[in-house]
Ligand binder design. Sequence first.
Ligand SMILES: C[S@@+](CC[C@H](N)C(=O)[O-])C[C@H]1O[C@@H](n2cnc3c(N)ncnc32)[C@H](O)[C@@H]1O
Length: 321
Amino acid sequence: MSTASNILHFPPKKSEDAWWRDRIIHGNALEVLGAMPKESVHLAITSPPYNVGLDYDTHHDSMPYEKYLKWIAPFWKQVARVLVNGGRFALNVAPTSIKDFRPIHYDMARQLRDLGLIMRTEILWYKQTMRRRTAWGSFRSPSNPHIIPSWEYVLVFSKGAWKLEGERGYSDITSKEFIEFSDGFWRIHPETKKRQPFMKSLYESKTRKNPDKIKKDAHPAAFPEKLIYRLIKFYTYRNNVVLDPFGGTGTVAAVAKRTGRSFVHVDVSGKYCEIAKERLKAVGSDQPDLMELRAAVERNAGKPGTPWEKARAELELIKPT
Ligand SMILES: C[S@@+](CC[C@H](N)C(=O)[O-])C[C@H]1O[C@@H](n2cnc3c(N)ncnc32)[C@H](O)[C@@H]1O
């Protein structure tokens, strides 16, 4: 069994080069990222604990707001340090709370811009959850009505330069995907504790006997894979390194692996790392070997259409529409 399929309990026992690459790392992200070499990651994607009192396995999710902002700032410094020049950081943040609203997306954007990162855009992730209305405020009266957030933000930053260097042959987004993803209003259903498909596949035999087990073991804030797929395809080349410092159940790692990228997954909870490990075991790469792909791109260079799409069609990774 390769070491990559085991959890690395930080710090690593042996000093290996790239000990962090393609690993599920159990530890405090501040220490783990601090030990990684600078400029080793092309895209970081994360959704940090929002400090809204969620029931995480180990993290305490309700601090006074100013204390929370001070707590999170050093993580951003480490994320910026490990990004390559031109590397991106996609930060998912939700508007927090309805009655006790905090402008967390503005405050974090400020923190990141103060570190010198370029804010390149914001994506609106429209979750379509308005059927679950629970907080009207003063119903049918202007005295104190509430807005219910049915969306989250993905704030996207670049380090040093707008452009990320990479070989053209390693860019694998299709024209259809590019056109769809470049519209910044993304309609994607969220994962919920009841609806985490990977949990069902991990615990199938146990859950048949005990259906409550999924809900009990599920993560309170897992990413939908579709959201991560879009970010990875839009912002990275194949064989780039994708990091999630607050990795939870391993959604970023799983999609990175499936799309032929390397991953770095960090979480302070051993339980979530265990779920991520099992989840990754079930994920193969849906991409061909890089050498095979490069040869196919070269074969298709003179033909009409983009050589990349022709190569992928030749390898039957996309069906012509
Ligand atoms: C919003 S969740 C991320 C969920 C993840 N996106 C997924 O798809 O499962 C935040 C995660 O941060 C983890 N966490 C909290 N403090 C941490 C720290 N200091 N270092 C690493 N992970 C931490 C929590 O255990 C939790 O799983």
